[in-house]
Write a protein that binds this ligand. Structure first.
Ligand code: FAD
Length: 428
């Protein structure tokens, strides 16, 4: 019997190419061995990462151990910015990323404002698809369409596949160790305090001790709950999204388009963000408790209704969830800090979270460095991060949440709401 270690598997297809009986199928990112398998073992020899074995799954190897000042879980914008800042402060840093390619698959519409991004990284054509400076908001209520056009500040539609990797490369250049295909599986706890991370790389278990863990593991975060922090989202706080990269369409490459229609995207909105060369990210988000169909069905219907989009072909499909609730009660515990989507630091009005994640990552790393130097990484020492976050961007996010709550989902086509939304899109 051939067994697959799915943590190790790199989904390269080498095993498929050598199987003499066609028993192996690469189902996108999942390898399936069918009943036709004759146990010849050719696939085992072909696997470049040792993910296939003859016989029962291999025994666990002896745990690896190590010690770092800071272990960051997740190499998105929050984690890589935290790792870079901590390494620049002279700390030893390990940045763990469960995916084999940082930044991929993309789960984002990739829009950011120049003024919010520039403090963290110099804009670079390598990861910018389009530069935009106009916004157009179409409000569709009771069959009537009202369009608001405005001059927006300068913004970019990123190429996040490259952007996220460049951020991780910057962390590495600053001295952090980056480990891809390495998943955090749990925390090392001592009397309730976080003392490190249990991780797994290619099936190998590691216990990594550290002074501070920074949980930057995105919307699907487990790090916070492992430490007893409550980050559970209620259904109404989750915006469920689907997006195509459409190719072969015509639109103003300097304008971002938003569509509000309670039928089209209940509780949320649709967007069209130009990516240059006749392409655009065309997607929508629906509030999870209001949607009666999968987000993808709403998206297909939206595109069908607009001939200039319906003409295009989807060359990528992405799906994802955006946390749009209030801030969780705590962002730190003894030896642990949460940043980015893991800390629910997205703008509840727009769903934008890239630059918030970078700001939080930087702030958390600065506070961690100070706490490590003072020899006190207790929750009360790390709470400086919570206080400074809530005195700045966190306060604005909490205000945006309160403002949004004042409008029932069907009132989010009112002029007042759309004005608030336009201000938030402009970073106000
Ligand atoms: P992420 O970017 O999600 O990174 C988390 C990383 O942690 C991932 O790489 C993940 O693989 C890794 N990870 C998770 N668990 C583990 C583990 N156990 N071990 C190791 N690694 C782990 N924001 C904007 O500003 N503009 C937009 O236009 C925009 N559009 C969006 C459209 C959609 C459809 C969605 C879903 C989101 C959008 N967002 C947008 C939100 C934005 O993508 C997020 O706010 C941002 O990516 C948050 O960064 P992060 O670093 O916190 O998390």
């Amino acid at each position: 019997m051939i067994t697959i270690n799915s943590e190790r598997c790199g989904y390269c297809g080498a095993c498929v190419s050598v199987c003499p009986v066609g028993a192996i199928e690469l189902a996108e990112t999942r390898l399936v061995i069918g009943e036709a398998c004759v146990d010849c073992g050719l696939c085992v020899s072909a696997c470049p990462v040792g993910a296939l074995q003859k016989g029962a799954e291999g025994s666990e190897k002896a745990p690896l151990r190590g010690h770092y000042d800071v272990v960051v879980v997740g190499a998105g914008p929050a984690g890589s910015t935290a790792a870079r800042t901590a390494a620049q402060a002279g700390l030893s840093v390990l940045l763990l990323e469960k995916r084999q390619e940082i930044g991929s698959p993309v789960r984002c519409a990739e829009g950011v404002g120049h003024d919010l991004l520039a403090p963290f990284i110099e804009p670079d054509p390598r990861w910018i698809s389009a530069t935009v400076d106009k916004i157009e908001i179409a409000v569709i209520a009771r069959g009537k369409v009202e369009t608001l056009r405005a001059k927006g500040g300068r913004g970019y539609i990123l190429e996040r596949r490259v952007f996220d990797r460049v951020l991780a490369e910057e962390a590495a250049q600053a001295g952090a160790t980056v480990a891809v295909k390495t998943s955090a599986k749990g925390l090392l706890l001592e009397d309730g305090a976080v003392r490190g991370v249990v991780a797994e790389r290619l099936g190998q278990r590691m216990e990594i001790e550290c002074s501070v863990v920074i949980g930057a593991d995105g919307v699907e975060s487990r790090v916070g709950p492992w430490a007893g922090l409550d980050t559970t989202l209620r259904l109404k706080e989750a915006m469920i999204c689907a997006q195509y990269l459409l190719a072969g369409i015509e639109l103003d490459p300097t304008c971002t388009y938003y569509y509000f229609d309670p039928e089209l995207a209940p509780g949320g909105y649709a967007w069209v963000f130009p990516k240059g060369e006749g392409r655009a990210n065309v997607g929508l988000g629906v509030q999870a408790d209001l949607a009666t169909r999968p987000a993808l069905e709403y998206l297909d219907r939206f595109i069908e209704g607009l001939p200039h989009l319906a003409r295009g072909s989807p060359v990528t499909l992405i799906v994802g969830s955006v946390p749009v609730g209030p801030p969780p009660p705590r962002l730190v515990s003894d030896g642990l800090m949460l940043v980015g989507d893991a800390a629910r630091q997205v703008d509840p009005l727009t769903g934008g979270g890239i630059t918030n994640a970078m700001a939080a990552g930087q702030l958390a790393a600065e506070v961690a460095a100070k706490a490590i130097e003072a020899g006190d990484v207790s929750a009360s020492a790390l709470a400086e991060y919570e206080r400074r976050w809530m005195a700045g961007l966190g306060r604005r996010m909490a205000r945006h949440h309160r403002l949004k709550e004042r409008f029932a989902p069907h009132e989010r086509t009112s002029r007042r709401f759309v004005r608030l939304f336009a201000l938030a899109v402009g970073g106000k």
